[in-house]
Design a protein around this ligand. Structure first.
Ligand code: PLP
Length: 394
């Protein structure tokens, strides 16, 4: 037996464990101090009442012989796929029912989709980056190259035709930078992918935070995207499903290469290795798309959006450069005073007990930057903002 030695090539990430250790050490030494956590990427508000009611009723379905469900369709129940199809139709995107695959969240499918691509492909990711895109490819031995995201391009790199990539990852609104592409910018990436014969793996996990009409909610708003893109979306941030687990992946039938169809291959892959998302969870997920569910979820999103605005306004008042905040739950700021990411982390922890995430943990281009998130409570966010202002106001 031989292990997959590519696992030796995965960079060890000490980011969140180092953050946790530093915070624990600080708290042990300063038990009286209240630490405010603005580093979390997890939601904090409970599921919407409409979702809870649907989950309860689906549990009852499982208790009766007539409504009990066993194995479901691997690609998801029609009632949920139709709801997702309707959601896309609202943005003018017409999908076929069998282009939609229900998943247990974006992360699994982002990794699993690689089953349908050759290991010989070259992968282009942005730097900084959500580490899953890199690690899943390094595990398979694929070559990973980077597109620079930086202040010069607003942390939104555009295609470079001198670079040949086969698989391109785009995440918009972005984790960690909060920056979001316009439909016109996404169109440029789609044109690049179609010209190069590449595929774009488009992560729309934060699309629900987009409020500006010029920004993309889905890559399929760009013309020609169906011949070059697969989209991953999730109810994790949209509807607080991080612990409940449900998402959806769109694999267009028009995405074909060398006589092979991405949609047919993904269906084959899923029916071979996946037995579907639980019926109960899919019923809860379908409630997200009902009028009642939509308005309840919007109320939760408004809380996070309010937090993001508080943090963004604070940066504006302090004259600190940042991206995100408006169409994203993330605020990505340049560390003041020329501090590097970890110096700034320590500075905030020691002086005002505010915890965020050092940008360098997401890639070399993140050095000197810092991520704050809007997923805390409004009380904690307000207090953190007050402390930031007191620390940095001249
Ligand atoms: N994609 C991005 C960019 C994320 O930040 C996250 C989670 O934080 C995910 C995907 C994973 O989402 P899910 O909970 O649907 O697996």
């Amino acid at each position: 037996m031989q292990f997959n030695t590519h696992f030796n090539d995965i960079a060890q990430s000490y980011l969140f464990s180092t953050v946790a250790q530093k915070v624990a050490a600080y708290q042990a030494a300063n038990p009286g101090k209240q630490v405010l956590r603005l580093g979390i990427g997890d939601v904090t508000l409970p599921l919407a009442p409409a979702v809870i009611a649907a989950l309860h009723s689906a549990v009852d379905d499982m208790s009766r012989r007539e409504t009990f469900r066993g194995y479901g369709p691997e690609q998801g129940y029609d009632f949920l796929r139709e709801a997702v199809r309707g959601y896309y139709a609202e943005r003018g995107v017409e999908l076929l029912p069998d282009e939609i695959f229900i998943s247990d969240g974006a992360k699994s499918d982002l990794g699993n989709i690689l089953d349908i691509f050759s290991d010989a492909n070259t992968v282009l990711v942005t730097d900084p980056v959500y580490p899953v895109y890199v690690d899943t490819n390094v595990m398979a031995g694929r070559k990973v190259i980077y597109a620079d995201a930086n202040e010069g391009n607003g942390f939104l790199p555009m295609p470079d035709y001198s670079v040949d990539a086969d698989i391109v990852y785009l995440c918009s609104p972005n984790n960690p930078t909060g920056a979001a592409y316009t439909v016109a910018q996404v169109q440029e990436w789609v044109d690049y992918a179609n010209a190069k014969g590449a595929v774009i793996l488009y992560d729309a996990a934060y699309e629900c935070f987009v409020t500006d009409d010029s920004l993309a909610r889905t890559i399929f708003q760009a013309k020609g995207a169906k011949t070059c893109a697969i989209e991953f979306c999730s109810l994790s941030k949209t509807a607080g499903f991080t612990g409940t687990r449900c998402g959806y992946t769109v694999v267009p039938k028009a995405l074909q290469r060398g006589g092979m169809s991405a949609n047919a291959m993904w269906l084959r892959r899923q029916t071979t290795k996946f037995n579907g998302v639980p019926y109960i969870i899919q019923r809860g997920a379908a409630a997200v798309f009902t009028p009642e569910g939509r308005s309840q979820i919007q109320a939760n999103l408004a809380v996070y959006q309010g937090n993001a605005k508080l943090i963004a306004d604070c940066m504006d008042s302090l004259g600190i450069w940042y991206t995100g905040g408006k169409n994203s739950p993330y605020i990505w700021l340049r560390c003041p005073g020329g501090m590097d990411s970890w110096q700034f982390f320590d500075h905030l922890l020691q002086n005002i007990q505010v915890v965020g995430t050092p940008g360098v943990g997401f890639g070399a281009n993140g050095e000197g930057y810092f991520r704050l998130t809007a997923f805390g409570s409004p009380e904690v966010t307000r207090e953190a903002v007050a402390r930031l202002k007191a620390l940095f106001a001249k």
